[in-house]
Ligand binder design. Structure first.
Ligand SMILES: Cc1cc2nc3c(=O)[nH]c(=O)nc-3n(C[C@H](O)[C@H](O)[C@H](O)COP(=O)(O)OP(=O)(O)OC[C@H]3O[C@@H](n4cnc5c(N)ncnc54)[C@H](O)[C@@H]3O)c2cc1C
Length: 543
């Protein structure tokens, strides 16, 4: 049990052991782990008015998880794993939010969370080895440990289009959706963006809208989800062997219990390859990517076979050949961007009330009070939906004034791209730990698995520090540099550098290009983290 801090210092500032920023999956579990396992005095700050993070904010129509329900959850409590009943294969947003509320209630996690409170600044006081944390409600607290659970996809990206402020209708970003919903009935709706949120919301909005215009910059590869392929009997069966299944996920590539595939797409006959793709397509979901051939992700020729198969499916589904060609991705290989899964996405373009607008060749020039103007036309609209994604991974950090030793700003240190040892900590910022930070598997994985691994690892490090009287832990700059070079090198062996994606920061004008997540796999990463801990936190300077 750690030494507890005094509550208030002589200047009247509250003294805490730990501050956690964010109350999504990461913040909830970090709170539990530091508070209930280590007995620390913890405060959680959350900008939203309740728990849930991603699932609190993203309430757009069709919002759901692409990870299968039984792996998209916590595993730290066996009773919780057994008692929660998922309704099907991929839970929708309300169901995940219910789950996170249940977790918060079950472990009494709300009592030390300050909701509706955004952390604006965190400055390290070298003399005291403490962080001074400030919020937008004027709170100031001092803490020994600062943990960011601020999410990789929590800062929405609304494109800077001239005239948006003049638009007379309603507009929304999918990542900050109104809690009481939006009524599209009979309305002229424009959806801008065809990434994951666009692909999920477009089919649902199309069913309600009078007419829907989809403004597409990048055509996408997306795999049918096939929700119906999982039922209650299957989920009950999982629970009989749940521990082993999740252990497999922990040591897998993507945090999913999928066995590594030995087969190469280039070593089978054309007929056999087609049969395997057809089977995976019929099964749906990420299994197409991870369960058909091992080299889709690493070999361009193997990848071409998968990309071409999906293109053929698009041409098969979309009836108008001209529209189909616009929907066929040709400028990047499959899985060089975040793989998408969908429900009747391509089928939606067969509807009479849906029009695809190509803004790759004829970009949007302005928004007027009446609608959207592109280089080749004008589209009168009542509602605009920006499904334009997020300022991923570094965005939430850049919105906090984080200053470490010598007053160095994290923003400045990361001006040319983020740099963090194991994606957990950054040199010059002692006792600041990041859950799913840049340089960790994070967004390339089924995230609850990665989140639990980070929380457990950070908890062990803090327990180690307390047990050994360590006041400061921060990465050795050389270890950090080596790790960042390793992250770059691993990304270089994949398809990921072949597309302009948010993984690289390419969706945000002016954002430095660096492949931010770690593509070496969840299992390999876990092994490295375990080795670092076993070697007395090798690569960290413990003072
Ligand atoms: C639409 C969508 C679909 C997704 N689907 C999947 C999926 O299928 N599988 C998967 O593994 N992952 C998916 N993800 C990723 C998802 O973000 C993670 O799975 C997981 O929810 C992350 O949890 P988190 O707690 O780390 O971050 P978040 O859930 O993003 O929570 C971070 C919280 O921190 C708060 N915060 C940030 N900055 C501050 C601040 N300065 N002060 C106070 N509070 C702050 C935010 O308000 C937010 O509530 C999806 C994400 C999105 C957006």
């Amino acid at each position: 049990m750690a030494q507890r801090s005094e509550t208030i210092d002589e200047t009247g500032i509250e003294q805490l052991d730990a501050v956690v920023i964010g109350a999504g999956f990461s913040g909830l579990y970090m709170n539990y782990s530091l508070r209930d396992r280590l007995g620390l005095d913890v405060r959680v700050y959350e900008a939203g008015d309740d728990v849930g993070g991603t699932w609190y904010w993203n309430r757009y129509p069709g919002a759901r998880c692409d990870s299968e329900s039984y792996i998209y959850c916590f595993t730290f409590d066996k009773d919780l794993m057994q008692e929660w009943e998922w309704s099907g294969k991929y839970p929708e947003q309300p169901e995940i939010l219910r789950y996170l509320n249940h977790v918060a209630d079950r472990f009494d996690l709300r009592r030390n969370i300050r909701f509706g409170t955004r952390v604006t600044a965190a400055h390290y006081d070298e003399g005291a080895d403490r962080w001074l944390v400030e919020t937008d409600t004027g709170e100031r607290v001092s803490t020994r440990y600062l943990v960011t659970a601020i999410g990789c996809l929590s800062v929405g990206n609304v494109p800077n289009i001239p005239g948006l402020e003049t638009f007379a209708g309603e507009w929304y970003h999918t990542g900050a959706w109104p809690h009481d919903g939006v009524d599209f009935t009979g309305k002229r709706v424009g959806v801008v963006g065809t990434g994951s949120s666009g692909v999920q919301s477009i089919p649902v909005i199309a069913k309600q809208a009078g007419h829907l215009w989809v403004f597409q910059r990048t055509a996408q590869y997306t795999i049918p989800a096939r929700h119906h392929t999982v039922d209650k009997a299957f989920l009950d069966e999982i629970k009989k062997d749940y521990d082993a299944i999740m252990e497999k996920a922990r040591w897998s590539y993507g945090g999913m219990p999928i066995s590594p595939i030995e087969r190469s797409a280039l070593e089978v006959s054309d007929e056999e390859r087609l049969e395997i793709y057809e089977k995976a397509w019929a099964e749906g979901g990420f299994a197409f990517f991870r369960g058909s051939f091992y080299d889709i992700a690493t070999d361009r020729r193997a990848n071409d076979t998968a990309s071409e198969f999906i293109r053929s499916k698009i041409r098969e589904v979309v009836k108008d050949p001209e529209v189909a060609e616009k929907l066929v991705p040709v400028d990047h290989p499959f899985a060089s961007k975040r793989p998408l899964i969908d429900t009747e996405y391509f089928e939606t373009y067969n509807r009479d009330n849906v029009t695809l607008v190509d803004i790759r060749h004829w970009p949007i020039t302005e928004i007027t009070p009446e609608g959207i103007r592109t280089e080749d036309g004008f589209y009168p609209l009542d509602i605009i939906v920006f499904a334009t994604g997020f300022d991923a991974m570094t965005g939430p950090f850049n919105r906090i004034d984080v200053r470490g030793r010598g007053g160095q700003k994290l923003r400045d240190k990361w001006a040319h791209g983020p740099s963090a040892y194991l994606g957990i900590a950054s040199a010059g910022f002692p006792n600041l730990f990041m859950i799913t930070g840049p340089g960790s598997p994070s967004v390339l994985s089924n995230m609850p698995v990665s989140i639990e691994q980070h929380v457990d690892w950070i908890t062990d490090l803090i327990a180690h520090m307390d047990a050994h009287g360590v006041r400061r832990a921060e990465p050795d700059p050389d270890a950090e540099e080596d790790w960042v070079a390793h992250v770059d090198a691993v990304a270089g062996k994949t398809m990921y550098l072949l597309a302009d994606s948010w993984y690289l920061g390419a969706n945000i004008p002016g954002k430095p290009r660096r492949f931010m997540p770690y593509a070496g796999g969840v299992g390999n990463y876990r092994k490295r983290c375990d080795e670092v801990a076993a070697a007395g936190y090798e690569g960290f300077v413990l003072t």
